[in-house]
Design a protein around this ligand. Structure first.
Ligand SMILES: [Zn+2]
Length: 360
C-alpha cells in the first residue's frame, strides 16, 4: 500500500500472539480482517516488517479458549491475579503437543506465502528481509513449558527455527515464576528460578537462543542477570515508574538492561501504559510515546524498541491495529524522534541485540 511523505523505517516488533488469534478466529494471515491486529495486508499498510511470533500455551483449565468457533474466545477465561490460585505446572506432553500445533501453523503460513514471509534465524537474514520487504517471522516461546529438563526437545525446536524463549508467562512452571496480573504491584512477587531454570538459562546461552524476561518476576530477572552472558531483553514491558504494573520494569531493571546492552520493547497494552492500570481503549498514542521517552531518557535510545502485544492485548483505539503504526511513528516524530533514532526504535535496536545474542 503506497504511503505519501517520507517513508518510515520498517518496523520490527518484539511480541505478538497472532498465531493464537488466527486459530481462535479462523481468519487467514493473508487476508485483510477486521478481527485481531495483524495480517499481511495490514502489516504492509502500516509498515510492519515482521516480529516475534509467540507460541503461547493455555493452561489446561483455559485450554478451551484456544479452540476455534467461540463467539468471544476470552469470555469466562480464568485470570490468575494471585500466586496462591495458580494451577500446577502443566504436563510436558500436553505442552509439547500444543507447541507443535502452533509452531507447525507458523511454519505452514511461511511455507504458503510464496516467498512473502521469511522465518529468520540470523540477524543478517532479518536485515535482509526488512530491506527486501519480506515479512520476517521470528519464532518465540512465551513460556518454556514445552522444554524437558534434560534439554532434548530444545534441540528439536531449535532445528525448527526457534530462536527466542521466555522462561515463563504470568504463572509458574518447572523453571521460573511469572508475575500475577494485579495492579498496582511491584514485580517482586515470589521466588526466583528453580535449579532447572538456572540450567535452562545456561543451555539457552550455549545455543545462543535469546532469553526473554517479560512476565518473569523480579527475583527471576536478577537470577537470569547473574547467569546469562547475553544482553538482557524484555520483549514487551514498559516503565514501572509510569504504570506500576508488575509486568513493567523498575528503574533498577531498566538500568541493568542498559548495562548489559539489552532492550525493552514498548508494550502497547493500555493496562501497562496507563498510570491507573485501567483497560480503557481511549488511551492516547501520546501515552505510548511517554513510556518511550522515559525509557530512552533512563537507558539511552539504543535500548528501547517496540513489543506491541498485538493480537493479545487491548490497543489504544487511536492506533487500532498494525495498519495504524504510522500514527505512532508520526507521534514519535512530533516528540522529536527522527532520523537514526527513529530507525533504531523501529527495528535497528532489535537487529543489533539479536546479532549480539545470536552471534550472526
Ligand atoms: Zn505476554
Amino acid at each position: 500500500m503506497a504511503r505519501t511523505g517520507s517513508p518510515d523505517p520498517p518496523i520490527f516488533d518484539g511480541h505478538n500472539d497472532t498465531v493464537l488469534s488466527l486459530v481462535k478466529t479462523g481468519r487467514s494471515f493473508f487476508d485483510r480482517s477486521t478481527e485481531g491486529h495483524i495480517d499481511l495486508p495490514r502489516a504492509r499498510e502500516g509498515g510492519l516488517g515482521g516480529g516475534f511470533f509467540a507460541v503461547y500455551i493455555y493452561d489446561p483449565v483455559n485450554a478451551e479458549h484456544a479452540r476455534p468457533g467461540r463467539a468471544d474466545p476470552d469470555a469466562g477465561m480464568k485470570i490468575y491475579g494471585d500466586e496462591r490460585t495458580w494451577p500446577e505446572p502443566m504436563p510436558l506432553d500436553y505442552a509439547q503437543s500444543a507447541a507443535l500445533d502452533l509452531l507447525g501453523r507458523l511454519l505452514e503460513t511461511a511455507q504458503a506465502s510464496g516467498g512473502r514471509i521469511g522465518i529468520v534465524h540470523t540477524a543478517a537474514e532479518l536485515q535482509r528481509c526488512l530491506d527486501a520487504g519480506i515479512f520476517a517471522m521470528l519464532l518465540h516461546f512465551e513460556g518454556a513449558e514445552p522444554l524437558d529438563p534434560d534439554g532434548h526437545a530444545l534441540e528439536v525446536f531449535y532445528a525448527s527455527g526457534l530462536r527466542s524463549v521466555g522462561l515463563t508467562h504470568s504463572r509458574r512452571n518447572r523453571f521460573a515464576r511469572g508475575v500475577p496480573f494485579k495492579f498496582p504491584s511491584s514485580p517482586d512477587t515470589g521466588e526466583g528460578l528453580t535449579d532447572a531454570g538456572k540450567a535452562l538459562v545456561r543451555q539457552l546461552n550455549r545455543r545462543r537462543i535469546m532469553i526473554d524476561l517479560s512476565h518473569i518476576n523480579e527475583r527471576g530477572f536478577w537470577d537470569v542477570a547473574g547467569i546469562t552472558d547475553a544482553p538482557l531483553v524484555a520483549t514487551h514491558s514498559n516503565a514501572h515508574a509510569l504504570s506500576p504494573s508488575p509486568r513493567n520494569l523498575t528503574d533498577r531493571q531498566l538500568d541493568a538492561i542498559r548495562e548489559s546492552r539489552g532492550i525493552a520493547g514498548l508494550n502497547f497494552h493500555v493496562g501497562f501504559l496507563r498510570e491507573d492500570g485501567g483497560r480503557e481503549s481511549n488511551t492516547p498514542i501520546a501515552r505510548m510515546v511517554d513510556h518511550i521517552e522515559y525509557m530512552a531518557k533512563r537507558m539511552g535510545i539504543d535500548h528501547v524498541a517496540l513489543g506491541s502485544d498485538f493480537d493479545g492485548a487491548t490497543m489504544p483505539a487511536e492506533l487500532k491495529d498494525a495498519a495504524g503504526l504510522p500514527r505512532l511513528m508520526q507521534a514519535l516524530r512530533d516528540r522529536g524522534f527522527g532520523g537514526e533514532d527513529l530507525r533504531k526504535l523501529a527495528h535497528g535496536n532489535w537487529v543489533r541485540v539479536l546479532r549480539e545474542t545470536w552471534g550472526a
